[in-house]
Design a protein around this ligand. Structure first.
Ligand SMILES: [Zn+2]
Length: 342
């Protein structure tokens, strides 16, 4: 009997240890950012007044105009590609952002040598740390049809430009700033493989690791495949699930305050399966990432029907609003360097 009692006590103890470990890991994820989770973060929630103010700045016409300018044929090395690149660069320069190009040439299948251009825009280039958003601006080449790639990823890029416009007078802090990256060459030239896939993000992550710049990224948010009515985001990266939960909560607060009327949650705190994308070269280097890719791929994915006309702007606006709330909450209460974990 004493033996059984000890055995049961041991099992109970093991269960308690497992539960505490799970709780602690969730808590720690929620509180840390930065490469290798080196910064402590305590988000200060936006109050209702701040939320209404940010929502009041929304500019759906600007979003539509940006989607229309980007959702054209823009496979790497085509005139449409340069047109979109110049549009993004000029747009952000006019808003007084610091814009730089990361240019490199690489051999790719089918086309031999190709020159890529990543666009890196920083709201404040003097700052020590960044909240980074990324999207890819190239479109996949299909020989049988014209591919405008609205959801893949003209809409995510347009959301980022729209955010820069709407929040232009809201950026006050100097210690942490917003960085927008427009990756080139996300699409494979042939079949997706380790070698024939995200060219731009692979190059940038490697370059930034060499220069120590990866350490300046608090968190990287990667929106992709957005624009369909049935878009839904799930918790697909466990390490940043606490951060994803903030998005879920912010959307709920927008419903409760009556700021968003649809009340159909697009951010769901349910397990999702992550897929390959521009974030992988960064996650491999321990940069925390929120991958906002629709859990259900758009029905028009990689088809001729993925055009601006088929974008559902009500849903897309809802995504944009939640992201803007998230950015403002982050920038308002971002961790200070003195909070670095020992
Ligand atoms: Zn694609």
């Amino acid at each position: 009997m004493p033996c059984w009692r000890s055995f049961i006590a041991l099992i109970c103890l093991a269960i308690i240890v497992v539960v505490i470990t799970i709780c602690q890991s969730f808590h720690t994820n929620f509180l840390t950012v930065g490469r290798n989770g080196t910064l402590r973060y305590e988000p200060t929630e936006l109050n209702l007044g701040q939320m209404r103010m940010i929502a009041g700045l929304s500019d759906p016409e600007n979003l539509r105009k940006n989607v229309q300018r980007i959702a054209i044929k823009r496979a790497v090395s085509t005139p449409g590609h340069s047109e979109v690149r110049n549009y993004i660069v000029d747009y952000l320069k006019k808003l007084n952002w610091n814009v730089e190009l990361d240019i490199f040439t690489q051999k790719v299948p089918i086309m031999s040598n190709v020159t890529f251009h990543n666009i890196v825009a920083r709201q404040n280039p003097q700052t020590q740390r960044y909240l980074m958003f990324g999207c890819h601006y190239d479109s996949k080449y299909f020989k049988d049809f014209d591919f405008m790639a609205a959801t893949d990823s003209a809409v995510p890029c347009a959301l980022m430009l729209n955010m820069a416009t709407i929040l232009k007078h809201q950026f006050h802090r100097s210690q942490v700033s917003l960085m927008l990256v427009f990756f080139d060459g996300e699409e494979a030239f042939g079949e997706w493989s380790q070698e024939d896939s995200p060219y731009g993000s692979r190059h940038l992550a490697e370059l930034w690791e060499k220069h120590g710049f990866l350490d300046k990224i608090d968190l990287f948010v990667l929106p992709d495949l957005i624009g369909a009515k049935d878009v839904v985001f799930k918790k697909n990266i466990l390490d940043t699930s606490g951060w994803f939960h903030r998005l879920v909560q912010l959307e709920l607060k927008l419903f409760q305050a009556g700021i968003v009327r649809s009340e159909r949650p697009l951010f769901k705190f349910e397990p999702g399966i992550d897929v390959d994308d521009d974030h992988l070269p960064f996650t491999r280097r321990n940069v925390p990432v929120i991958h906002l890719i629709s859990n259900k791929y758009p029905a028009v994915w990689h088809q001729a029907e993925d055009v601006e006309m088929n974008v559902d702007y009500n849903t897309t606006e809802q995504v944009g609003l939640v992201l803007r709330m998230f950015v403002m909450e982050y920038l308002n209460s971002a961790p200070s360097i003195s909070n670095t974990l020992k």
